[in-house]
Design a protein around this ligand. Structure first.
Ligand code: COA
Length: 314
């Protein structure tokens, strides 16, 4: 067993459990035989520190100051997991509860002042609940499902609320939303080429590619591509583009055409489509109409690109 290393997952799955009894730290007398009941020991140059039940320390006549409650974080953490004890200590410190941390092979353990134990358990439960609610940092990419569609249309409306062409707010429903609604129902819809980025349960990005043509030669027509405004410039758009390109190569597609800013799409290898002999449906699109030739690009594909029918709305 390797143990969990992801901090969010560790915090989310953490179940703090209090052991019975009270525990104390004592300095074990040099040369005295160890007794039953010692729960932890640390050898230092100055002597041997042990943690043991208060009753045992009393019986042995050993002095102590700190009387603690023992809380075990019931999660199998890898010893090299980074940040669990820091996150837990910080939460307790913020609640003004002091704690001593002991790491065992399987679990981390906290000794907190006995009087603070109930509050400490509450703080730890809150910390764990917050981690369950907070979205994982990396979005997951997957095929869209029919249940995602309302969320995809809403995020597309948000992403295109300001026109990428004019930079001005759009009045009413952006045309991209109408195009997308049409594409979902169109003959040119391609399963496996409508991909969502999901963070937690929220759809935060979407890209679709549908069937397009140059004469009889099939290509992909990409778009719309949108990312939730508050999460733009975090790499989600790039991840969706790379995923589409990799799926297109795997599916034996030969090229992807799109209308968009060369400053953005050139980073993925897109070039002005005219440089490859493919003309935009509207001449005025110029170099904004771009093409990515894939591994199976045959060359010699010349003519005007035809998008899936719903693009006629543009
Ligand atoms: C365009 C969009 C999909 C990019 O997704 P993203 O997740 O924000 O972008 P990423 O984080 O992957 O990439 C960020 C990089 O792209 C650049 N970029 C983003 N949008 C750009 C644009 N319209 N033109 C030029 N560069 C752009 C950023 O400057 C940044 O560059 P850097 O890495 O050199 O700093 C997203 O911003 C979006 O939804 N915009 C509104 C809708 C839209 O314009 N869709 C595309 C229509 S063609």
């Amino acid at each position: 067993m390797t143990g969990e290393k992801n901090l969010e997952a560790l915090l989310a799955g953490m179940r703090p459990v209090q052991r019975d009894g009270e525990y104390v730290y004592v300095l074990w007398p040099y040369g005295r035989t160890m007794v039953e009941g010692i729960e932890a020991a640390v050898r230092e140059a100055e002597g041997l520190t042990v943690v043991l039940p208060r009753a045992v320390a009393e019986k042995e006549g050993l002095p102590y100051d700190f009387v603690g409650a023992w809380i075990t974080l019931q999660v199998h953490s890898a010893l090299e997991a980074v940040g669990l004890t820091a996150a837990v200590s910080k939460a307790l410190t913020d609640a003004r509860i002091s704690c001593n941390v002991l790491a065992g092979f399987h679990h981390d353990h906290l000794l907190v002042p006995v009087a603070d134990a109930p509050r400490a358990l509450e703080v730890l439960a809150e910390l764990s609940a917050r981690s369950r609610q907070s979205p994982p940092s990396e979005p997951v990419l997957r095929d869209e499902t029919p249940e995602d569609r309302e969320a995809i249309l809403a995020l597309t409306a948000d992403a295109f609320a300001v026109s990428p062409v004019t930079g001005l707010p759009v009045e009413g429903e952006p045309v991209e939303v109408r195009v997308l609604r049409g594409l979902f129902e169109s003959r040119e819809y391609l399963p496996g080429f409508s991909v969502v980025a999901v963070q937690g349960v929220e759809v935060v990005g979407h890209v679709i590619s549908t069937r397009g043509w140059v004469g009889e030669h099939p290509l992909l027509g990409l778009g719309p591509l949108g990312v939730t405004p508050r999460l733009q410039r975090h790499g989600i758009g790039s991840a969706l583009m790379k995923e589409t390109i990799s799926r297109a190569n795997a599916a034996g597609e030969s090229g992807i055409a799109l209308l968009g800013s060369p400053a953005y799409y050139s980073r993925f290898g897109f070039v002005p489509a005219t440089s490859l002999g493919v003309l935009p449906p509207e001449e005025s699109w110029g170099d904004y109409f771009q093409l990515l030739p894939l591994a199976l690009w045959p060359g010699g594909v010349h003519g005007t690109f035809r998008y899936a029918e719903p693009f006629s709305l543009v």
